[in-house]
Design a protein around this ligand. Structure first.
Ligand code: NAP
Length: 556
């Protein structure tokens, strides 16, 4: 590790890990600073029972190394957290990444030193490090959100957050457990907690649209077929709106299996390209829709692409979804409380589950609708809502994240002339391509706001950004440039474009309150943060920018 590396990388999740490898391979010295005690980012922190990826593992994996693809076996089609973390560790060992990572090191300030043209990073331990380039690989969902509920510190039991779950197993046997939150994390954790705890109380504010996840174990023949076609698969990813190839094994699956895959549960939670659509939901009567859901499950509703573009079709799908929940959950009052009514399918990231609705048919599970009777306070022994008191031993927050901007703001970035990111972003994130900021020369972000990021297969988005940054640094060195900086007009024009493409989509309907819009954090500006124009269109724009000598940037 050199004294002053060429590049300081903040974070050693999947983005930081690839950045170390990529930058090293082009002859740069690097040092990554990571708050956790090991690699893996999201998959290091989110160890809650049931944590699992919502993109198939053969797609949610690095594509930069043929050897890595050849040697790694996934045990399931959609991997559980421990397997993804094992993969991250394997990658760290295989490419000897740890020698350039400083663990247990949280960055508290990132400040541009104009005269020296260096970035100075300060750590929680009081250390200072400097480098010419700084790459923020801090993740999109890495700052857990814990709501400010009165009395939260009074609770005498055990408090956990899904996004900060302890590494050592938590024994919930015989315990009364409560969970707040029914987003992706809550939906995954609830069935597992219910199986383990003596009693589980679920505090739900907004019901979710969730569909059963694919539970297939990985068959060796399927893995082999992917291996044989990886080159083509990676290319297909580059041309798919969500960065998912959708490749289906042909040789190693039966015709029935392939047909089921086409009509049932979608492969992943990232949006499919509209061209993959088929029949419209309005072509069916209400009764036919209900029968279809009874026969094939709720996942079938996601196959109607018009439900994501046409408000009438969307309402038809929402109605069929609610009917499906009523058919599934025995207690009518609980079923009604589980029915989403305030927003439609497609407004939030699709949630995938294992036994979610069936869990509410268990005797040891109670659903509390806190929209009807809001949480008033956390007490010494539990929680109080408007009309009842609940006692429990363990409180689990599944209350999400300060998404996309949270980690960048927490790093206290200060650019040229003392301009603070917190001030610049007071009304929402402004940056160029989700990659760079004006007044912050030589600082790059991986999957920042304004890039496809969370609307894309994250591994594809990460590799594209890291490669672009690596190529840019290479270009600068070849051309003798010491500084690159996004131009304010390019930044403004891009933000305008990001907003324009999001307008009129299901994501931004007035009834939609998602973390994509920052709506989950009180006081956060309501702006649609990821780029919804599709990964290929975005990638091409990045390529054009580079090919035109880094259009929208200024060198110095
Ligand atoms: P989330 O989607 O933001 O859900 C947070 C939940 O907590 C919501 O139900 C929210 O209710 C509730 N909540 C927040 N504050 C509350 C309060 N004060 N009182 C009552 N309820 C409150 O967060 P998440 O479930 O962690 O998921 C975030 C994202 O992480 C996902 O969309 C996904 O991208 C990713 N993720 C993926 C996976 C996967 O791969 N399968 C798993 C977990 C997470 P309201 O809706 O009313 O605000």
């Amino acid at each position: 590790m050199s004294e002053r590396p060429d590049v300081l990388i903040v974070g050693a999740g999947f983005a930081g890990m690839y950045a170390i490898h990529r930058f090293r391979s082009q002859g740069l010295s690097v040092l990554a600073l990571e708050a956790g005690s090991d690699v893996g980012g999201t998959w290091y922190w989110n160890r809650y029972p049931g944590a699992r990826c919502d993109v198939p593992s053969l797609e949610y994996s690095y594509g930069f190394s043929e050897d890595l693809q050849r040697e790694w076996d996934w045990p399931e089609v959609f991997s559980a957290q421990p397997d993804i973390l094992r993969y991250a560790n394997h990658v760290a060992d295989r490419f000897d990444l740890r020698r350039d990572i400083r663990f247990n090191t949280r960055v508290t300030a990132v400040t541009y030193q104009e005269a020296a043209n260096l970035w100075r990073l300060e750590t929680e331990a009081g250390e200072t490090l400097e480098a010419r380039y700084c790459v923020m690989a801090t993740g999109c969902l890495s700052v857990p959100n814990t709501p400010d509920i009165p009395g939260a510190d009074d609770f005498e039991g055990c408090v956990l957050h899904t996004g900060l779950w302890p590494a050592e197993p938590v024994d919930l046997t015989g315990k009364r457990v409560a969970i707040i939150g029914t987003g992706s994390s809550g939906v995954q954790a609830i069935p597992e907690l219910a199986r383990e705890a003596a009693h589980l109380t679920v505090f739900q504010r907004t019901p979710v649209y969730t569909v059963p996840a694919n539970r297939k174990a990985m068959r060796a023949a399927v893995q082999e077929e992917f291996r044989a076609n990886y080159r083509q698969i990676r290319e297909m990813q580059q041309n798919n709106a969500g960065g998912v190839s959708g490749f289906r094994p042909v040789k190693s699956t039966s015709r029935t299996e392939r047909a089921a895959d086409r009509t049932l549960n979608l492969p992943s939670a990232v949006p499919m390209a509209p061209e993959q659509g088929g029949m419209g939901i309005l072509d069916l009567t209400e009764e036919q829709r209900r029968t279809l859901v009874r026969e094939r499950g709720l996942g079938v509703l996601l196959a109607f692409r018009d439900a994501y573009t046409d408000p009438e079709a969307n309402e038809a799908a929402n109605t069929a979804f609610r009917d499906g929940i009523r058919d599934r959950v025995r207690d009518p009052e609980t079923a009604e409380a589980l029915c989403p009514t305030t927003y439609g399918l497609g407004c939030k990231r699709q949630v995938l589950d294992r036994d979610y609705y069936d869990t509410f048919n268990r005797d040891n599970v109670t659903l509390v609708d806190v929209r009807r009777s809001p949480i008033e306070a956390i007490t010494r022994t539990g929680l109080r809502t408007g009309d009842a008191e609940y006692d429990f031993d363990v409180l689990v927050y599944a209350t999400g994240f300060d998404a996309m901007t949270g980690a960048l703001l927490r790093a206290n970035i200060t650019g040229r002339n003392g301009i603070r990111l917190a001030d610049k972003w007071a009304h929402g994130p402004i940056m160029y391509l989700g990659l760079a900021l004006s007044d912050c020369p030589n600082l790059f972000t991986v999957t920042g706001p304004g890039s496809p990021s969370v609307l894309c297969n994250m591994l594809v988005a990460i590799e594209q950004h890291v490669n672009w940054i690596g190529d840019c640094i290479d270009y600068m060195r070849r051309h003798g440039h010491e500084r690159i900086e996004a131009q304010p007009d390019a930044e403004a024009e891009w933000v305008q474009h990001v907003n324009a493409v999001a307008e009129g989509t299901m994501y931004t309907t007035p009834s939609c309150n998602s973390w994509y819009l920052g709506a989950n954090i009180p006081g956060k500006p309501r702006i649609f943060m990821p780029y919804v124009g599709g990964y290929p269109r975005y990638r091409e724009r990045c390529e054009q920018v580079a090919a035109a000598g880094y259009e929208g940037f200024r060198f110095g």
